[in-house]
Ligand binder design. Structure first.
Ligand code: ZN
Ligand code: ZN
Length: 407
């Protein structure tokens, strides 16, 4: 409590109250699903196809077991690039008890436009129904359908960047370059990615000079980093698979007594693009890979870093987007006895600053009426003025107290 004389009227009282802050993140699964129609005609049928983006590029096939026969009887046969693959492992659909999901892994980035024939086998024999066959299907077709279905701008960008990545991989590998996966896709031009690849920042702790000889990234269905080093002979360390949405993540490498290294796919992309030994096709591929990873990160929503205020969200250090909740305001109150003011301000970044002033009434000559103190200005909190005696009528000295109540 603070007190001050001011003619016949006096005193300021201040109460302070803190506000608890709240933070929350958000998360979205990176996938593009295209669901088909449902009927009950064949023993088993395809009811959906999904391409997984952001992790490895793979296709998921949704199979409905219409007659509840043993699921072990079902095999999904995939004919792709002249090779037959038989998938028996499956997972249950999270909500539909009759539907099982079969995943076909290993679609290389350069193969997004390649056609696959997919057949449901029952006891090793094709079900023989048009709903149990997908003929001439491709990741590209699925992506185009998904693009047209989704309203999510970030997902649309991810689909564009995936196709661009596929086309860059074709050019780099000189694979079917007369039929680039981006060819004749009308929406490709809508999402030209222009984000700069951030400067490479490897975290190196090297005890033996120059032991690290190089790092490469495997550009394929699954991405991982390989680091080679010299330990008398050239040896190689390989990271775990790096999902596209984790391209900014430093993968950790360590060779006993030689070095530890934290190095990300994005570091690699930068290093490749900025090396004069790199071919143009490789630079394009590295840039496309970076764009793909950035979009995957945004769709996945695994943002990190930054500081929130009550006026601005955290800014992600990977993609530069705002994320998470604003901080709640935190109002603090300051009394100034010289000016008879109470100032309300926020210390969480919005710049809120308001002041009220307690003043004696202008006419303090006895006239038989109560004299009330004046409060100039406004603040968000409630406040009251009280007096030390009930009626400020008679000649004498009074104290007026300004009290801020803040909940
Ligand atoms: Zn981010
Ligand atoms: Zn504030």
């Amino acid at each position: 409590m603070k007190t001050k004389r001011l003619g016949k009227l006096l005193v300021l009282v201040i109460s302070l109250m803190m506000i608890v802050t709240l933070l929350a993140g958000l998360s979205i699964t990176a996938s593009a699903e295209e669901t088909g129609t449902e009927t009950n005609t064949p023993v088993a049928e395809f009811v959906g196809k999904q391409v997984n983006l952001g992790g490895d590029i793979s296709m998921k096939f949704y199979v409905r077991n219409n007659e509840d026969r043993p699921i072990e009887s079902i095999t999904v046969e995939v004919e792709f690039l002249g090779k037959l693959t038989y998938i028996t492992e499956c997972e249950k659909h999270p909500t539909d008890a009759k539907v099982y999901i079969y995943t076909f892994e290993g679609v290389g980035a350069q193969c997004l436009g390649d056609l696959m024939n997919v057949t449901i086998l029952w006891g090793g024999i094709p079900v023989g129904h048009e709903k149990a066959m997908l003929t001439g299907y491709s990741v590209k077709e699925n992506l185009i359908n998904a693009y047209n279905i989704t309203n999510d701008a970030n997902m649309k960008q991810l689909i564009i960047d995936t196709l661009e990545y596929g086309a860059a991989a074709q050019v780099y590998r000189n694979y079917k370059t007369d039929a680039l996966v981006t060819k004749d896709v009308d929406f490709i031009s809508k999402g030209k990615a222009d984000a700069e690849v951030p400067v490479s920042t490897p975290v190196v702790n090297e005890t033996v000079a120059d032991s690290i000889k190089g790092a490469t990234v495997n550009f394929s269905a699954t991405n991982f980093i390989k680091v080679s080093y010299n330990d008398g002979e050239i040896k190689t360390l390989t990271s775990d698979a790096v999902a596209a949405y984790d391209f900014a993540k430093k993968m950790q490498f360590s060779a006993d007594g030689l070095f530890t290294l934290g190095y990300s796919v994005n570091d690699y992309c930068y290093d490749v693009i900025n090396s004069d030994k790199t071919s143009e096709a490789m630079k394009s591929l590295a840039k496309a890979l970076y764009n793909y990873g950035l979009s995957a990160h945004i769709v996945k929503g695994n943002h990190e870093g930054g500081y929130a205020t009550c006026a601005a969200q955290k800014v992600c250090t990977i993609c530069g987007n705002g994320y998470g909740n604003l901080l709640d305001h935190n109002y603090t109150y300051t009394a100034n006895d010289d000016n008879n003011t109470i100032t309300e301000s926020c210390d969480k970044g919005c710049g809120h600053n308001k002041t009220i002033t307690l003043k004696a009434p202008e006419n303090l000559v006895y006239d038989g009426y109560a004299k009330e103190a004046v409060v100039d200005g406004s603040i968000d909190a409630d406040y009251t003025v009280t007096y030390d005696k009930n009626d400020v009528i008679n000649v004498g000295t009074y104290k007026a107290t300004l009290t801020v109540r803040h909940l």
